[in-house]
Design a protein around this ligand. Structure first.
Ligand code: EPU
Length: 421
């Protein structure tokens, strides 16, 4: 096991480059199952969730090579349609192989992902969509077994605009017979990117970037290359890191419009933000941070994946604010850990009431999930004294070499081996 030892209180400065988006690459990679050829995805982050997806695709017969943030996926010899429990349990995004396998090969057996650290995360919308497209679905011994001769286009309305269900349905519908209309589709940038990738393979999709997606099924798709977008959550996390350490830093990040909600909330809290030629600068030195309420929402709302980092930041702001998560009602495991560092946070249903403190004090804390660990690192960097963040394998699922980026900005953070669990 590894942990971080952080000596807090250092001011940061300098510039770092934001890596490719994990959640977008996790959709683009399984999309290659829809063709039989050699696909290249550039700007793919070297993080553990991507390694898990690579392993899963290899299990299906994909031949892959991954170096320098470029992944090559040869889907010419896919010979297995089973996504086993051992891999799916590591990462819910494994469910993304369901749609492509089913529509291309007429069969998929995918382990059900189960719950996660912050409660149930259902997949009913994925399953209902596949059924509406004509698949026969059985649930057997923890597996979804999906069969279909040829999927057929239909109308699908999502009660909630799920990112994963929209992605899965898009992939499945691309090779279906006839036209599929998805209403109340997710419009997250990762979905727009997936649409563009499918189009470059030959898919016909109308309404990209809107809640209504129309997919005219085609008989086959060709292989294609794509440059993945940069990670909006890593960008937001680093901007909040600058704010909590009262620093001025710059990030190389080309998609400012993807982080408008986060940047505006940072400005509301008193930070100054400039976006110029794909460089986003944040000025937080000498700023007296003000408390700012946040309610998470689907894109372009404030992302649930930034909720934990925002609570960490607000724990050092002047005043009291309420942070509400409307996407995942139980995603608050970081709160008791932040309180160990001296934060004053009270949980009320799916809201955290954060009373800003003048300072936090270093302590030993434990990561419980990816974004929770990011919030603890932020708090540790701002706290007085030494903090230890345990179970950082959660962080390694989604942030590429985060401590190296932080060190290059002047943070005092070390990754060390530990027996502690
Ligand atoms: N939902 C259902 N039924 C479904 C699917 C979703 O009720 O079949 C509900 C969920 O319970 C949730 C809401 O719909 O309340 C939104 O979930 P969504 O399906 O959009 O989430 P996801 O596709 O499973 C992706 C990201 C998450 C991110 C969410 C929300 C990937 C691989 N994961 O998950 O990222 O939190 O969208 O934006 O894209 C992370 O990176 O830390 C992370 C958890």
């Amino acid at each position: 096991m590894e942990k971080f030892i952080i000596h807090g209180g250092r001011e940061l400065s300098g510039k770092v480059k934001i890596s490719g988006a994990k959640n977008s690459a996790l959709a683009l990679m399984p999309a290659t199952l829809l063709n039989s050829g050699i696909n290249k995805i550039l700007n793919t982050p070297e993080v553990n969730d991507i390694f898990t997806m690579k392993k899963l695709l290899e299990q299906l017969g994909v031949v892959s090579e991954f170096s320098n943030n470029e992944i090559v996926l040869d889907t010419s010899n896919v010979n297995n349609q089973v996504a086993p429990y051992e891999l799916v349990k590591k990462m819910r995004a494994s469910i993304y192989v369901l749609g492509p396998l089913l529509s291309k090969y007429g069969y998929a057996k995918v382990s059900m992902p189960g719950g996660c650290a912050w409660g149930p995360r259902p997949i009913n919308l994925h399953i209902e969509a596949m059924k509406k497209l004509g698949a026969e679905i059985e649930l057997e011994e923890g597996y979804i077994i999906a069969k279909s001769k040829k999927l057929t286009g239909t109308k699908i309305h999502f009660d909630v605009p799920s990112v994963g269900a929209t992605g899965n349905t898009l992939m499945a519908a691309s090779l279906a017979k006839g036209t599929t209309l998805i209403t109340n589709a997710a419009i997250e940038p990762e979905i727009t990117q997936l649409c563009e990738y499918l189009e470059s393979m030959g898919a016909k999709i109308h309404g990209i970037g809107t809640n209504n997606l129309e997919i005219e099924g085609v008989d086959e798709l060709n292989s294609a290359d794509i440059v993945n977008i940069s990670d909006r959550i890593e960008a937001g996390t680093l901007l909040c890191t600058a704010a909590i350490t009262k620093s001025n830093i710059q990030i190389e990040y080309p998609n400012y419009d993807h982080i408008e909600a986060i940047a505006t909330k940072l400005e509301d809290s008193g930070c100054k933000i400039l976006n110029n030629n794909n460089i986003v600068s944040i000025f937080a030195k000498d700023v007296l941070l003000k408390s700012v309420d946040v309610t998470t929402a689907v894109y372009p709302g404030f992302p649930t994946d930034m909720q934990a980092q925002w609570i960490a930041l607000m724990s050092l702001a002047e005043g009291t604010c309420t942070v509400t998560d409307t996407i995942y009602l139980d995603r608050f495991a970081h709160v008791p850990e932040l309180c160990r560092l001296g934060a004053d946070i009270e949980l009320k249903n799916n809201s955290a009431v954060v009373r800003g403190k003048k300072f936090l004090k270093g302590a030993k804390v434990m990561s419980t999930d990816l974004r929770a660990s990011a919030s603890l690192v932020l708090a540790g960097l701002a706290a007085e004294g030494t903090s230890e963040v345990l179970r950082i394998y959660h962080l390694d699922r989604g942030y590429q070499k985060i401590e190296e980026k932080l060190k290059s900005l002047g943070a005092d953070i070390e990754r060390v081996q530990t027996d502690e669990f």
